[in-house]
Design a binder for this molecule. Structure first.
Ligand code: PSU
Ligand code: MN
Length: 302
């Protein structure tokens, strides 16, 4: 495979230092400029501060880039022609040498094959509300890729309970980082149970290592609630979302345009509070992922 590792990531892989993969769709399509640029560098800084190496993943000129330089991140944050790619688009992206942002599905695919075991993101894709045929390719990818994904549950615009059922049916383990309920993205609650509450990185590492020893190929999802200071209560989120969904229907927005549309409408309707929550949870998840990656590499040498 045509990987292009940054020098920092190549060294970390060689010397078995802890690494955290970060996705790029959230930069290119999930957050507005310049918040996207600031958030990308804050996530990388949070990972470094805890002693791990960040590996933001994207595709440039058809190369699978693991670890990006400043100009590549800037391009993702500002260029209008960056394609959002999921599993179905990977061969197109590589074959036709495109510049693309990777979703949870493609970031996990690339990270795993590069030898990275921990990945941080905001919210995974899932089953869309009122449209069960639209199931994100993130879900089957999580079911077949052995990686730990640190996230705040699924994006709130989705049908969380159908998404949770799908993960259960397909053997994806859902851990709650100090919580019993799966987080609901901008809010700390969702009414849905996790499979196991964990109190810290050591427990997560024990579960990851047992998963590997058992040859189970699915991901472990480590779900982390948004920090309390940035939380938006679930009923408030639902009210804002209802307005955004009605707008989307009126304007006939569908397919891969729907999520960015809803996120930006919700940010407008909440005077930027959903955006602030999104940034806070992304940075916090990067921190938790770094802690797990460090603990995982310590367990390796023991
Ligand atoms: N969560 C966010 N913003 C995003 C995404 C998730 O808060 O932009 C992205 C992720 O990259 C995720 C993708 O993998 O949306 C899912 O898109 P789809 O439903 O089209 O598969
Ligand atoms: Mn979709």
């Amino acid at each position: 495979m045509e990987f292009q590792f940054s020098e920092e990531v190549a060294t970390a892989l060689r010397e078995r230092q802890p690494l955290v993969a970060l996705e790029s769709t959230v930069i290119a399509h999930g957050l507005p400029y310049p918040t996207n640029l600031e958030t990308a560098s804050r996530c990388e800084a949070a990972v470094r501060k805890l002693g791990a190496v960040p590996a933001t993943i994207a595709v440039f000129g058809g190369k699978l880039c693991v670890g990006l330089d400043e100009s590549q991140i800037h391009k993702l944050a500002t260029a209008k022609d960056i394609r959002k790619i999921s599993r179905r688009d990977l061969a197109i992206a590589v074959g036709l040498r495109l510049d693309c942002a990777t979703t949870v599905a493609t970031t996990a695919f690339i990270a795993h094959r590069a030898g990275i075991r921990v990945f941080a993101t905001g919210g995974i894709g899932g089953v869309h509300r009122g449209f069960e045929a639209d199931v994100s390719a993130d879900l089957p990818e999580l079911a077949q890729t052995s990686i730990a994904v640190v996230c705040s549950g699924a994006k709130i615009v989705l049908d969380l309970s159908r998404t949770r059922e799908w993960l259960e049916t397909n053997g994806v383990t859902i851990l709650g980082w100090g919580c019993d309920e799966m987080p609901g993205f901008y809010s700390r609650s969702s009414g849905l149970d996790v499979d196991q509450r964990v109190e810290g990185a050591a427990e997560v590492v024990d579960i990851i290592r047992a998963r590997d020893a058992l040859d189970l190929t699915a991901s472990v999802l480590v779900t982390v609630p948004v920090p309390s200071s940035s939380e938006i209560p679930l009923d408030e989120v639902e009210a804002i979302l209802a307005l955004a969904l009605a707008d989307a229907e009126r304007q006939n927005i569908t397919g891969k345009r729907i999520t960015p549309f809803l996120l930006s409408r919700m940010s407008d309707a909440s005077e930027g509070r959903t955006l602030a929550a999104n940034v806070a949870l992304l940075e916090n998840n990067a921190r938790v992922a770094a802690e797990i990656a460090v603990s995982l590499s310590e367990a390796d040498v023991r």
